[in-house]
Ligand binder design. Sequence first.
Ligand SMILES: *Cc1c(COP(=O)(O)O)cnc(C)c1O
Length: 361
Amino acid sequence: MTTAIQPQPGIMDIALYQGGASKIEGQASPLKLSSNENPFGASPKATAAVTEAAMGLHRYPSTDHKPLREAIGRVHGLSADRIICGVGSDEILTLLAMAFAGPGDEVLYTEHGFSLYRIFALSAGATPVVAPETNRCVDVDALIAKITQATRLIYIANPANPTGTALDMAELTRLADAVPDSCLLVLDGAYAEFFNGYDGGASLVTARENVVMTRTFSKLYGLGGLRVGWGYASREIIDVLNRIRGPFNMSSVALSGAEAAVNDREFVATCLKENAEQRARLTGGVRQLGIACDDSQANFVMARFADEAEALAADAHLKSVGILVRLVKGYGFPEALRITVGQAEDVTRVLDALASFKGAA
Ligand SMILES: *Cc1c(COP(=O)(O)O)cnc(C)c1O
């Protein structure tokens, strides 16, 4: 680039996002447990809706996403005019930063928080601020201690990625109580459904002007490739976000697929039940092998080995038997591997592979 053409300050500090690996050299179809995708795929009803929508590709999609917002509202008991749909929840999270933070402002998240939060802050020209966690959990007091007059946004994922740990409603409420009116608390609920009894923070959003919830179709609904997420906030905040989002951000295919998916409650119930059972099996099995693992409230577990060398050796062994998991050194856990909860036979494969790894060590 010529020196006369320069991006906004902060942008060149962004390191490119690294997604979960999807290929192993020399393996035709690896078992991919690196991106927290639904092991059962998408609802057949969503796939059928997508196929049908493909017949109308020459038409522009709706700009107000009303049918999808109403379907989401019905299922979650929320008012559709407080919902916004985006190209993955990533888009909602990034619109929040663009709309509410800028140069001189601070965007706060935690030590092991989702790697995109830093990117959202820097893209908006704001300053990222990191609060420490305690025992791999968001520490409400440590977070509160980092709030300043310049803090405009706080991002936390609950349950968190990559740890799988979660704050209960009492802790979330305590945090929300401490956030000043001038600052937005963004509850990233990418894994909210997997945390039994948790509403993603919707009740907090309903009661307060400065709390926002984001949700996604990429994890539980198995639609990561379709790119659909949504946010729930006050009407004023939704109005602000609607002004800066692209009018045709959601394709007609994405809108139709997501609407069919959210309405297929039977598929959702089956996936949740399987995830809970297999998560317990995976957690128990990993621990039995002498590998540390916190209780997870999501659709993955984080296995902690003795050190980075052992984690890398375990990763290499898993790869050699065709299993892809996620290295999480970038999240501050060089000694750990994040493993998506698969179907029963996938969990058996992972546990067998880890047992043979431990046996050979
Ligand atoms: C996967 C994930 C998201 C969601 O991404 P989409 O853009 O909706 O696919 C958001 N936050 C966290 C913490 C995630 O792990």
